[in-house]
Write a protein that binds this ligand. Sequence first.
Ligand SMILES: Nc1ncnc2c1ncn2[C@@H]1O[C@H](COP(=O)(O)OP(=O)(O)O)[C@@H](O)[C@H]1O
Ligand code: SF4
Ligand SMILES: [Mg+2]
Length: 335
Amino acid sequence: MTSPLISVKDLTLRFKTDEGLVTAVNNVSFDIAPGEILGLVGESGSGKSVTAKALMMLNAENSVYDDASRITLRLDDEEIDVLSLRRPKDMMVVRGGAISMIFQEPMASFAPAISIGDQMIEQLMIHSDMTKVQAKEVSIEMLTRVGIPEPAQRFSQYAFEFSGGMRQRAMIAMALSTKPRLLIADEPTTALDVTIQAQVIELMKDLVDEFHMSILFITHDLGVIAQTADRVAVMYLGNLVETGTVRQVINSPAHPYTRGLLNSLPKLDDLEAPLTPVPGDIPSPLDRPGGCVFHTRCQESGNLAEKCKTQIPQYSTDSANHHVACHLATEVDQA
Ligand SMILES: Nc1ncnc2c1ncn2[C@@H]1O[C@H](COP(=O)(O)OP(=O)(O)O)[C@@H](O)[C@H]1O
Ligand code: SF4
Ligand SMILES: [Mg+2]
């Protein structure tokens, strides 16, 4: 078995705020293999973006990492302990070097007053030994690869001159031009209409095949994950509650929260049917429930309810790569 490209182990991350310490990520562990697309799914506020930013050391100044947290990036000739990086020069490896990130709002990735082309050239010259002429050539080639018409002309335009879908493509071109080993795509299709969303997903899949990179694909939509990812990690209030292959998680969801998310998807064979969102609100991260983090919304705890309120469920494994943190699963294991 090849070693994972990146391993996240016991990641716990809190933010100092005026109201106290907010736990945004709690004891999260996962690996991403070379060439693998891992989908990270969960409602808004569950800690997806904060987890992603941890991989690039991009969290705000008020973040506090628990001492046990480890993020290990394995490149050809070295292992990098990401959370111990301190010097800006060293951090470049995870910021635009081996790891690139694309965001929901592409305007955030582009400086408004610099042309798209100049930004692409700058990015390439920071992360490689290319000359300006070579960097321009590669940038135009990347704009072509992501399907931007007349790339040589588009190259000298500004972000505001691009439509939403084209801007998304330009952002992908810029993120991929440095040939990162891991692309983090944080809700990259949420703001796009359905047709363009499908095109962007296809494009990303093609590029993964071509460049053999890994992707951490973040979304609140399990439907998008089903089309895109190899494996899925489901996050709730800072905890990973279930991980497995797309087939395992979508066809046999083991966690009540995952089942709730799946039930809330529109049914293709009955578009008139009412959507059933997961009932109840996510508790405040300042006031995380004890026991199982999902117990305040779980409708399946039944006669385990008392245990769910007081005891934290451990990960059970119903197969080597399907993990779930729920007392229901553990009870079955023991039966
Ligand atoms: N700089 C910060 N200071 C305080 N809290 C923060 C900060 N950044 C994120 N958070 C909190 O961390 C939690 C997770 O946020 P986020 O990762 O953005 O969620 P998601 O991407 O799943 O919607 C939220 O409760 C959010 O308010
Ligand atoms: S541990 Fe209990 S409360 Fe938590 S998801 Fe499982 S059944 Fe529901
Ligand atoms: Mg987010």
